[in-house]
Design a protein around this ligand. Structure first.
Ligand code: SF4
Length: 745
């Protein structure tokens, strides 16, 4: 460890601490025996790979929970990067948040690089869609604003004269903006990265010009040599350390956009997000209402086929019509189900009429209708089969034409601009066809053996006065997805976060992330250097009302919270479990003696997070009290050291109730296996959330803070005591009749 200590002492901003050394030693030990020879790769497509000792190369995966203050980025960076450089391997650091990416790129990696005898190159990898497609931009900047827009998605809105006038105006404005961007690119004032635009564009205006795999002929494109995305990729190829986010890493597996994970060291920081990211990645969806793209499809295929002398061989018009008619019929039947839901009646009654504005950005959630056990209504089956067959037949045509287009572009470079344009006409339609085919295929899938059925559901929403209805499907075990798609490709990895254990064990995390039973895994819990018992108190309020009696509990909890907030002299954070609960607290602030508190409160959603935190910091710095009201994302991501957060108020246990369709489907399946989904899924997930929420309180060794949890179940119920076991050792107190009394461990 001498080398590690020496290095950390050389790096500006790094500081050696006992926990950090422990973490570094564990990582070094785990990765020491990794074998890099390529003779025994794991078959990535093998269906039921269960890792077992002696199969494949020696892999090493260090799973480390590092409590707040350990300095985990220094521990892994100062261990893994020198090791990788010595072996001429590259390092990928994958994170969940932009904040951590910025810290690595702006602070940790430059400092470490400067301290090493041979500096290393590092870069931030962004998804293709963050870069402009120069070809599309130039075409749209010079297009007739009222002409056919090759890249437009279905226009959402009514088709009356006023609306088409508005659309035409918007196209003109958009054309002017695109012209400015073109000029900035040509002049070298902009590098095509969306994040570097002075004014962030709306998604609606960015989407038509964003680089996209399906519309890109890569080196056959006439703009390839000046393409922003490929230039960024070339810079990435020079980097020895690449910072990326989990989404991008998972979505590019097998696509060669990043170094192959089995040929480099991979560090997953904020790894507790991996399972939810995986779930999002493997959800497929098709829209049953917005089907205008199917009207454009036959013409696009006809034009492209004529342009490359391709014989299509199937009746594309008939297939498109058939898909449209199946989607129409399914939409009709789906809406009949949705309309029976009280939630739909409530959503429609709250939807502003034409010309009315919705207050703030408070969009109601969509109405979800899950198919029990993933079973389709029998009358839907022929329509779904028809969708899958027709979409599959059209995709074959697309694949044939794409192959021919690329071949012609290769053989006739002079014709590349025309061919690239034809390719992009297929490219805007291909992902939609793929979504139809994939979702329909998954909807038709029946569970195999002991496997759980896929989660399948409908989502209905009202957007700009138009009803939308989409069908979705997703496998319910994220761990299995990660095992098949990720871990089989990884040889050497560090998997870390401040919250990997729940209720005191790694089991839940390992199962959720697909690492359970993998012999390459070695776990270590590195305690925070903070003295929690001295620095913090955790007070559990014993309310009279049962939290299950929502009305009585909320009434009592808010009354107590208002009294507690009067004690706040500097920074505080109040974490709510729902928007409705937060709204009730805001109403309580408008009553009687609570009114003077209102001006001290900053509410999540009233301004951007950056602005809110700036205001909070300014108020605290000027000696005032400032109280942040927030929901789950504030419970996880805020770093408020010292006076910025002397109190954390938790209004109720943050139950991660499986209310989403995938969670519900999974809970049903666990129950059908004779197991208890509450104990197996809900309690560990809630324990993990509680660990994050309480973790907002102490951020440095000098902090002093109090966490107040108003939910008495944390002490009264066995599952509450299980969650307590997973929290750091705060001084634990029970509040009875206004008195905080120590609870003996
Ligand atoms: S190479 Fe691809 S992304 Fe780049 S400009 Fe051409 S089509 Fe667009």
């Amino acid at each position: 460890m001498g080398a590690f200590d020496h290095m950390v002492s050389q790096v500006k901003g790094f500081r050696s601490r006992p926990g950090q050394r422990d973490m570094a030693a564990h990582i070094a030990q785990t990765l020491a025996d990794v074998a890099w020879e390529d003779d025994t790769p794991q078959p990535a497509q093998q269906a039921d790979w269960v890792p077992s000792a002696g199969v494949g190369p020696v892999r090493g995966i260090a799973v480390v929970q590092a409590g707040t203050g350990v300095g985990k980025s220094a521990a892994y960076a100062a261990t893994v990067i020198p090791l990788a450089l010595a072996q001429q391997k590259r390092v990928i650091i994958s994170t969940a948040t932009v904040a951590l990416q910025e810290q690595l790129i702006a602070k940790d990696l430059p400092a470490l690089s400067a301290a090493l005898p041979h500096p290393f190159a590092f870069a931030l990898a962004k998804g293709r869609g963050r870069y402009v497609c120069r070809l599309k931009l130039e075409q749209l900047a010079t297009a007739d604003p009222d002409g056919v827009d090759l890249f437009d998605a279905d226009m959402v809105g009514s088709s009356d004269a006023a609306s088409s006038e508005r659309n035409s105006q918007r196209r003109e404005e958009r054309g002017a903006l695109y012209e400015r961007w073109c000029a900035d690119l040509d002049a070298g004032h902009w590098d095509g990265d969306r994040d570097r635009l002075a004014e962030p564009p709306s998604g609606e205006w960015w989407a038509p010009v964003a680089a996209e795999r399906h519309t890109c002929t890569a080196r056959h494109c006439p703009a390839y040599n000046s393409c922003s995305y490929y230039q960024a990729r070339a810079r990435l190829a020079q980097a020895q350390v690449i910072v990326v986010n989990h989404d991008l890493l998972l979505s590019t597996l097998g696509l060669r956009a990043l170094p192959a994970p089995d040929d480099c060291y991979v560090i997953f920081d904020e790894a507790h997000h991996l399972s939810s990211v995986a779930q999002g990645q493997f959800t497929s969806a098709m829209d049953w209402m917005r089907t205008q793209w199917l009207d454009r499809l036959p013409r696009a295929v006809e034009d492209v086929a004529a342009g490359i002398q391709y014989t299509v061989g199937v009746d594309v018009t008939q297939l498109s019509k058939s898909i449209k008619s199946a989607q129409g019929e399914l939409a009709r039947m789906g809406m009949m189900r949705i309309a029976q839901q009280p939630a739909w009646t409530a959503l429609v009654s709250r939807t502003p009429r034409s010309g009315e504005r919705r207050e703030g950005n408070d969009h109601p959630p969509p109405v979800i209708d899950r198919l029990d056990q993933g079973a389709l209504p029998s009358e839907w089956v022929p329509w779904i089969e028809s969708l899958q067959n027709d979409a599959s037949a059209l995709l074959k045509v697309f694949e044939g034409m794409a192959t021919q287009l690329k071949a012609q572009a290769r053989d006739n470079p002079g014709d590349a601009p025309r061919l690239a344009q034809l390719y992009s006409r297929l490219g805007v339609l291909a992902p939609r066809l793929q979504s139809v085919e994939e979702t329909a295929r998954r909807w038709l899938e029946a569970p195999v053996g002991q496997q759980p059925p896929l989660a399948k559901w409908l989502e209905a929403q009202v957007n700009n006065g138009l009803v939308t209805l989409s069908a979705h499907a997703c496998p319910v075990q994220p761990g299995q997805l990660l095992r098949h798609h990720l871990w089989q490709r990884v040889r050497a990895a560090v998997v870390t976060s401040a919250s990997l254990t729940t209720c005191g064990t790694f089991d839940h995390f390992l199962r959720e992330s697909g690492l359970y039973g993998d012999p390459a895994v070695s776990t270590r819990e590195v305690q925070s250097p903070f003295n929690h018992a001295e620095q913090g108190r955790l007070v559990v309020v014993q309310t009279q009302a049962d939290p299950k009696d929502v009305e009585a509990y909320t009434h009592e909890m808010l009354a107590t919270l208002m009294v507690d907030l009067q004690q706040v002299e500097r920074g505080a954070l109040v974490l709510f479990t729902s928007r409705a609960q937060m709204k009730q607290a805001l109403l309580a602030l408008e009553q009687g003696a609570n009114r003077d508190l209102r001006e001290r409160v900053l509410v999540q959603g009233d301004a951007s997070r950056t602005v809110l935190l700036q205001r909070h910091g300014d108020r605290v710095a000027s000696g005032l009290a400032s109280i942040l009201f927030g929901l789950q994302s504030f419970g996880e991501g805020l770093d408020l050291p010292g006076e910025l957060c002397e109190w954390v108020f938790i209004t109720k246990l943050p139950f991660a109730s499986p209310s989403d369709p995938v969670g519900q489907a999974r809970a049903d399946w666990v129950k059908a296996q004779g197991r208890d989904p509450f104990s197996e899924l809900v309690v560990p997930a809630t324990g993990a959330r509680l660990l994050q929420w309480t973790g907002r309180a102490l951020r440095t060794e000098n902090d002093q803070a109090v966490v107040v949890c108003y939910d008495p179940r944390l002490l009264r119920q066995a599952y509450g005591r299980r969650m307590l076991q997973g929290l750091p050792p705060y001084r634990l107190q029970r509040r009875v009749n206004g008195q905080d009394v120590d609870v003996n461990p």
